[in-house]
Design a protein. Structure first.
Length: 87
C-alpha cells in the first residue's frame, strides 16, 4: 500500500541517470571500452517548492549530493531524458 499513488496527490518526477565508463568488457576486443547507463525515475509526493513535502526533502538531498541546484540540473521532460541516455 505504501507504493501506490494517492488519488489527487501532486507528484514531482526526478530522473537520475548514472553513466560509467567500463574498460575491458566489450566482447572479444581486448581493452575495448564500454559505457554502462542506468536510469532511475522517481515519483515523489509533493512539490519541491513546499518545504513540508517529501519532494522538497529529496530535492535537498540530491542538491547536496550533486553540489548544486538539483532541480535545475534534473529539470527535463521524461521523453527527452530517455531518448538519449548518453546526454
Amino acid at each position: 500500500m505504501g507504493e501506490m499513488p494517492v488519488p489527487g496527490q501532486v507528484y514531482t518526477q526526478f530522473i537520475i541517470r548514472i553513466c560509467k565508463e567500463r574498460d575491458g568488457i566489450m566482447g572479444e576486443i581486448v581493452g575495448a571500452r564500454g559505457t554502462s547507463v542506468t536510469t532511475h525515475v522517481l515519483y515523489v509526493a509533493g512539490l519541491i517548492t513546499d518545504s513540508s513535502s517529501a519532494a522538497y526533502a529529496v530535492n535537498g538531498a540530491l542538491t547536496t549530493l550533486l553540489g548544486g541546484d538539483a532541480a535545475t540540473k534534473m529539470l527535463t521532460d521524461a521523453d527527452d531524458a530517455l531518448q538519449d541516455p548518453y546526454n
